[in-house]
Design a protein around this ligand. Structure first.
Ligand code: ADP
Ligand code: ASP
Ligand code: MG
Length: 424
C-alpha cells in the first residue's frame, strides 16, 4: 500500500462530468489499495471570474488590504471544488472528506496573493486516511499566523500538492492536467512539440522559472528540496485504463541524470509575456549606481529579473531591467518620482510590450556555441534582441512581444526539437 497524492487542475475539474471522471479515477487507485490525498484546483475559469468581480469594484488598487480580500475571494473557488469532488467520490462508494487550507492547516506567511507555505500539520489528514477515507484538500490556499486566509499565487495548487506530498512523505505526487506531460515547449504554440518521457529536476526548475506554466515554480522547488517523486500526466485518458500503465505515463521529473535521459543539448523552450522593461537613460557611470537604482526597487518588494548596463559615453550610461508586468506601473512611478532625480538620470522610459524567450538544457554545460546558434536563428527571422541573460543551463533573450511565437517556433526548429522522441 502506498500513499499517493493526486493533483487535478482547473480544466480537469471543469464540469460535473469531469469531476465525476476524476472521482472514478481516484476510486480506481483506492481499489488498488492505495491511501489517497487529492488536491484539486478551482473549476476552470473560476479564479479569473472571482478576481474579475473584485476588479470591477476596485480596478486600480493593489493595497495590502485589497490583497487580503482577494485571497478571501479567490480561495472560495477551490472550496467549491473540494466539496464537489468529495461528493462525487462518495457517489462512487468511496469514503471521502474535504478540507480547505485552514482546516488542515496549511500554514503560510502573510504575503497575500503570493504566500509561501511554511508548514503543514498532517495529523487530521493521517487520521482520516487511517479510517479508510480519501482526503480532498483545497489547493492554492493556506492560513497565516493571524488566521487570515492566504493564496499561493496563480497556479499554486501544484505547490499545495507537492508540499502536502513532501510533508506526508508520500510515495509519489501525480500532477494530472490537460496535456499528457511536459513538452519541449507549450504545444499550444508549437504543435510539433513533443513530450519528454523524463526531464531533469534542474531543467524543470528553469523551465518553470522562465515561464512554462505547466508547473508552478515553487512546486518544483519543493519537489527538489524534499525529493518528492513527481510526474505530470493527463487527466483526459479514459479513467479505467490500466493503473500500471497510467502510473508510468506522462513525464517523470527525474533527480538523477541517468543514461536513459534524452540526450539533447537543449531540452526545452520557455517563454514569458509577463515582464516589462524599464530604462534609466543617462545615469552617471560611477560606483554604487546599480545599488542606488535597484536598492529602492527591491525595498518596494518588486522583483527584478534581467539587468543590463551599457558602456558609458562621457561618464553617462543607460541602465535597463525587467520586472513583472503587474509591477510595471509601480516601478515607473518609483523611478520617475524618486530614483531618477536622486541619481541625476536623464529620462525614464519603459516598454510593457516585451517578452522573454529562453532555451533550457543541461547539455548546454558541456557544449559551446549554443547561444550563438540561438542568436543566429533569431537573426534569420529578423528578430532584434534587446537583452540577453545566461546561466549554466539556459540562455534567455528579451525581444518585442509581437515576435514571441515566431521566435519560439524558430528556436524549436533550430534545435531539432521537432523530431521524434528518443524511445524511453
Ligand atoms: P492545470 O489547470 O492543470 O494546472 P495549466 O493550464 O496550469 O493546467 O498547465 C497546463 C498547460 O501548460 C498546458 O495546457 C499547456 O498549454 C501549458 N504548457 C506550457 N508549457 C508547457 C510545456 N513545456 N509542456 C506542456 N504544457 C505546457
Ligand atoms: N485556481 C488557481 C489559479 O487559477 C490555482 C491553480 O489552478 O493552481 O491560479
Ligand atoms: Mg496549473
Amino acid at each position: 500500500m502506498a500513499l499517493i497524492v493526486h493533483k487535478y487542475g482547473g480544466t480537469s475539474m471543469g464540469s460535473t462530468d469531469r469531476i465525476r471522471n476524476v472521482a472514478k479515477r481516484v476510486a480506481k487507485w483506492v481499489r488498488a489499495g492505495h491511501q489517497m490525498v487529492v488536491v484539486p484546483s478551482a473549476m476552470s475559469g473560476e479564479t479569473n471570474r472571482l478576481l474579475g468581480l473584485a476588479k470591477e469594484l476596485s480596478p486600480a488598487s493593489v493595497t495590502a488590504e485589497v490583497n487580503r480580500e482577494l485571497d478571501m475571494i479567490a480561495a472560495t473557488g477551490e472550496q467549491v471544488s473540494v466539496g464537489l469532488l468529495a461528493i462525487a467520490l462518495q457517489a462512487e462508494g468511496v469514503q471521502a472528506v474535504s478540507y480547505t487550507g485552514w482546516q488542515v492547516p496549511v500554514s503560510t506567511d502573510s504575503s497575500h496573493t503570493k504566500a509561501r507555505i511554511e508548514s503543514i500539520d498532517d495529523k487530521r489528514v493521517r487520521a482520516d486516511l487511517a479510517a479508510g477515507k480519501v482526503v480532498v484538500i483545497a489547493g492554492f490556499q493556506g492560513i497565516d499566523a493571524n488566521d487570515n486566509i492566504t493564496t499561493l499565487g496563480r497556479g499554486g495548487s501544484d505547490t499545495s500538492a507537492v508540499a502536502i506530498a513532501a510533508a506526508m512523505k508520500a510515495d509519489e505526487c501525480l500532477i494530472y492536467t490537460d496535456v499528457d506531460g511536459v513538452y519541449t515547449t507549450d504545444p499550444r504554440i508549437v504543435p510539433e512539440a513533443r513530450r519528454l518521457h523524463t526531464i531533469s529536476f534542474e531543467e524543470m526548475l528553469e523551465m518553470a522559472s522562465l515561464g512554462s506554466k505547466i508547473l508552478q515554480i515553487r512546486s518544483v522547488e519543493f519537489a527538489g528540496k524534499y525529493k518528492v517523486p513527481l510526474r505530470v500526466l493527463s487527466s483526459f485518458t479514459p479513467w479505467d485504463i490500466d493503473i500500471n500503465e497510467e502510473a508510468k505515463s506522462g513525464t517523470l521529473i527525474s533527480f538523477e541524470e541517468d543514461e536513459n535521459m534524452e540526450q539533447a543539448v537543449v531540452s526545452g523552450i520557455a517563454f514569458n509575456r509577463d515582464e516589462a522593461k524599464v530604462t534609466l537613460l543617462g545615469v552617471p557611470d560611477k560606483p554604487g549606481i546599480a545599488f542606488q537604482i535597484l536598492g529602492p526597487v527591491a525595498e518596494a518588494n518588486i522583483d527584478i529579473d534581467v539587468i543590463i548596463q551599457n558602456v558609458s559615453h562621457d561618464g553617462k550610461t543607460d541602465f535597463s531591467f525587467t520586472v513583472h508586468r503587474n509591477d510595471y506601473a509601480r516601478t515607473m512611478e518609483l523611478l520617475q518620482s524618486t530614483v531618477g532625480p536622486a541619481t541625476n538620470a536623464g529620462k525614464v522610459v519603459g516598454d510593457a510590450k516585451i517578452c522573454k524567450v529562453s532555451i533550457v538544457g543541461i547539455g548546454m554545460r558541456s557544449h559551446v556555441g549554443v547561444a550563438s546558434k540561438m542568436f543566429r536563428a533569431l537573426s534569420e527571422e529578423g528578430i532584434n534582441i534587446q537583452m540577453i541573460s545566461t546561466s549554466e543551463i539556459k540562455t534567455s533573450v528579451v525581444i518585442d512581444e509581437k515576435y514571441m511565437e515566431l521566435a519560439v517556433r524558430a528556436l524549436h526548429k533550430a534545435f531539432d526539437l521537432d523530431q521524434d522522441a528518443v524511445a524511453a
